[in-house]
Ligand binder design. Structure first.
Ligand code: HBZ
Length: 832
């Protein structure tokens, strides 16, 4: 039975290999062997983690077989390669995902069973690598999955943070942070490539000299040299042989670090410089959408970008190719401006190391990079204090000055000396202190610039990148985000996956447009029943977790109304709170009123230094405490804040959602991707016309989407005319009551000061227009409630949401990047 691969995974048929075969008996043997030969353990003493490791290693062997085949083929056939540069990868747990992509989930489950193990229980144990903050990092992970699934040669480059995004706990309603020591039990999914390392320079000064031919040369004498060591994780595509590489860099002291101090007996200073080197990849900065102008952050960015570009050049030259053709071999995608220093670094490598002249170096550089922007918040555009920048990267400061000098000369002619425009386009900002504008460096150095949803890409051209658009319109594109259906459906929701595949086959997993075939089943009462049964089971499972984690009883028959994402004023979690309190007040005034029972579930982390966001978490929990325990409410509404939102928890939450809250101020959310995962899992969206909500609504149909609030244009108009929150407050008695109640200390044990900072900002200078959208939001929520009463109709709407989400696969996004920006082709990998 073990001689054939019976998993139907669509590989070309090949003989079962006794070492890396995919049959149950081979898997069993591999797990036992790993336990014994790799870990020196036997069943009598093996722990849960030992078994997890044994399975992980067994699976990794199978990945390696495909990985080696992929790398070999790329090298031999010299294919064009995508290099995705991202400071963040929010991968989520590996084991179950790899089992699904290998097509051996069932076989492994069976192998475990025969060994007396419960696979699900072992999977629960895995600590996820949280090497990202939120949407941007998770997008990079979905894109790695789709690149491999589409069989596109690609390398993901990033940082191997020793500590990822902090772990969140809630104490007395407040967020407290704990370090994320994700490597404490080892990481079976990575391979340290000790031999693959690069020296990275920092600080010091630049010597200029004339070489023998009289050419002006630059010699960067650093103050500090750090070694970057490669750690590779194979990323397997879904039911293909392609396994691409995610190469993350760890910083270390170079071999001969501070030899002098050491010899002189100054051990402290020798150890100190070791610590300084290791610090660079020590910890992920936990800020999303706000800049932290810290030296270490700039060092992190330069560190990983320089390692990556040196690595690419090495790969290119080792293939016997010429440096002049670098841009033909690699296309480098910048995931936001975090790797934008790459533009100056490639110039440095080409000129100072590979001796090219400026013109040719610039020609290659500007044909290599493409830039994705992820924000419309002007305050989130990255800048670096020029002095700080120069002290970390003195040579790059020179290069940026020269890039800028040439550019400003060009722009002056193109723009007839329109000084205001030229100064806005300049790479260097003037003010009390000079600063470097990374978005401008990215725009100038890239051949393509894209936003992440249609509305976002349009607004970029009208607002934050307007001057760039007017100067270089040909560079601008849109690439609407997508999410991988493998993790967000097959893995997170196997029950719904089976129900769908039972009707339309499995093709949709690779071609999400096929979900369209589900539409007719929306009219099938039996299917609707099964659909709602799956939803109910997922709600029950989440309710059980909530009970276990928080001790709160929630009713799986109630509507699960879900708002999960990073906590930020622009995402308006506090608007949701205003709705909850409004509802609470209605019931208090009329306790016998007929309300649809609802469970409001929040989750998300606040940047540790973002006081108002932390206050929003406290407000949610304080309101929950009152509402959940009020006998007049009698459990009809519940408020839950689920701690430590991460990929693992998201996989449990999305499938249980009835309602998806996407309530950002229009024009502020670049795209959103949680909105896609929720709708794909059959949740109905309550949303503004913001980011990808616009396109989701177009696809699912306006009758299957609860729209509210001002449009982006209206928001801009209200602001330009002077937004007066006080008018809304004084004219809307329900709103006034809610705000006064918060301020009276009703939710805070009569302490009237706790939430003052938050309510003051809403009343006096709210950039996010909560009060302007309040009534529209309340009215829309009444419609949601009405719709939920008709469960049969709700089921139809839910099915149609899923059926019409085909566009939002990351496979579609990646296909567009490949065809329209990267010009790369698929390379099917064959196994020997
Ligand atoms: O990127 C998000 C956008 O807010 C969201 O709308 C979009 O869907 C997603 C993917 O395109 N942006 C982020 O997640 N940004 C960050 O996490 C971030 C991290 C570090 C920074 C700045 C932003 O320095």
């Amino acid at each position: 039975a073990d001689a054939t691969n019976g998993n139907g995974n669509g590989h070309s048929p090949y003989l079962e290999d006794s070492r890396t075969g995919l049959g149950v008996d081979t898997l069993k043997r591999a797990i036992r062997n790993n336990l014994f030969y790799v870990q020196g353990k036997f069943p009598e003493i093996a722990t849960r983690n030992d078994y997890y490791m044994a399975i992980a290693y067994a699976v990794r062997d199978r990945l390696l077989q495909r990985w080696v085949a992929s790398v070999k083929q790329y090298i031999q056939e010299k294919h064009r390669v995508v290099a995705y540069l991202s400071a963040e990868y929010l991968l989520g747990p590996h084991l179950a995902n790899n089992l699904i992509n290998l097509g051996i989930y069932k076989e492994t489950e069976q192998a475990c069973k025969e060994l007396g193990l419960d696979l699900e229980w072992l999977i629960e144990k895995e600590v996820e690598p949280g090497l990202g903050n939120g949407g941007l990092g998770r997008l990079a992970a979905c894109y790695m999955d789709s690149l491999a699934t589409l069989e596109v040669p690609a390398i993901g480059y990033g940082i191997r943070y020793q500590f990822g995004i902090f772990e969140q706990d809630i104490r007395d309603g407040w967020q407290v942070e704990d370090t994320d020591n994700w490597l404490r039990r080892g990481n079976p999914w990575e391979i340290a490539r000790r031999e693959l390392s690069y020296d990275i320079k920092f600080g010091g000064y630049v010597q200029t000299y004339l070489d023998r031919a009289g050419k002006l040369c630059f010699n960067w004498i650093p103050e500090l040299v750090v070694k970057g060591v490669a750690y590779d994780t194979p990323i397997l595509g879904y039911k293909v042989n392609t396994a691409n590489t995610l190469r993350l860099w760890k910083s270390e002291a170079p071999h001969s670090f501070d030899f002098q101090s050491f010899n002189a007996g100054d051990y402290n200073s020798a150890v100190n410089s070791k610590i300084i080197c290791e610090n660079i990849s020590k910890v992920l900065y936990p800020n999303d959408e706000q800049i932290e102008g810290k030296r270490l952050r700039l060092q992190q960015q330069y560190f990983f970008v320089s390692c990556s570009l040196q690595d690419m050049i090495g790969i290119h030259l080792r293939q016997g190719e010429k440096i002049h053709d670098f841009h033909k071999k690699f296309v480098v995608q910048l995931n936001d401006t975090h790797p934008a220093i790459g533009v100056a670094e490639l110039m440095r490598l080409l000129m100072d190391v590979h001796q090219l002249e400026w013109e040719e170096a610039w020609d290659i550089t500007s044909k290599t990079f493409a830039y994705t922007n992820h924000t419309l918040l002007p305050e989130a555009l990255e800048t670096w204090d020029l002095q700080l920048f120069g002290s970390v990267l003195p040579r790059h400061l020179q290069l940026i000055y020269e890039i800028n000098r040439r550019f400003v000369d060009y722009a002056t002619i193109k723009l007839y000396g329109n000084h205001q425009k030229i100064s806005s386009l300049s790479l260097i900002g003037e003010g009390p202190r000079k600063y470097i504008k990374m978005a401008n460096l990215a725009c100038l150095g890239s051949f393509a610039i894209n936003g992440v949803a249609a509305l976002h890409s349009e607004l970029l051209k009208k607002t934050v990148l307007k001057d760039w658009y007017e100067l270089m319109p040909h560079k601008f594109q849109n690439k609407t985000n997508g999410v991988t259906p493998r993790r967000w459906m097959v893995l997170a929701n196997p029950e719904l996956t089976n129900l769908i595949s039972g009707k339309i086959g499995e093709g949709w997993i690779k071609n999400l447009h096929e979900l369209k075939q589900l539409e007719p089943f929306a009219d099938d009462p039996e299917f609707r029943k099964e659909w709602m049964q799956v939803k109910f089971n997922k709600k029950k499972a989440l309710a059980k977790r909530i009970k276990k984690r928080l001790g709160v009883d929630v009713d799986p028959n109630s509507m699960f109304d879900i708002l999960v994402k990073r906590i930020h004023e622009y995402k308006r979690q506090h608007l949701k709170v205003l709705h909850i309190i409004t509802l609470y007040n209605q019931i208090k005034k009329n306790p016998s009123m007929d309300v649809v029972p609802r469970t409001f579930i929040f989750a998300g982390k606040a940047a540790p230094g973002y006081r108002k966001a932390k206050l929003m978490i406290k407000l949610i929990n304080s309101v929950g405490e009152i509402v959940n325990n009020d006998p007049d409410i009698n459990g009809r509404i519940k408020v839950v804040f689920y701690p430590n939102y991460n990929v693992t928890n998201a996989q449990k939450i999305y499938p249980a959602a009835d309602v998806s809250e996407q309530i950002s101020t229009a024009g502020k959310e670049a795209s959103g991707t949680g909105n896609m995962k929720l709708s794909l899992n059959g949740a109905l969206t309550v949303g503004t016309l913001d980011g990808a909500n616009v396109e989701i609504r177009e696809c699912v149909g306006e009758e299957n989407f609860f729209l509210f609030g001002l449009t982006a244009d209206e928001v801009a108009k209200v602001k330009s005319e002077g937004y007066k929150p006080w008018d809304y407050y004084s004219e809307n008695p329900n709103l006034k009551e809610v705000i006064d109640q918060i301020n009276s200390g009703y939710f805070s044990h009569l302490d009237s000061k706790v939430f003052k900072e938050l309510t003051d900002s809403l009343l006096y200078d709210d950039q996010y227009l909560l009060f302007a959208d309040y009534q529209s939001y309340i009215d829309t929520q009444a419609k949601v409630e009405e719709a939920f009463k008709d469960q049969d109709k709700w089921a139809r709407m839910s099915i149609l949401n899923t059926a019409r989400m085909g566009k939002f696969s990351s496979d579609r996004s990646i296909r567009e990047y490949c065809d329209e920006i990267w010009k790369v082709e698929s390379v099917p990998v064959t196994l020997d």
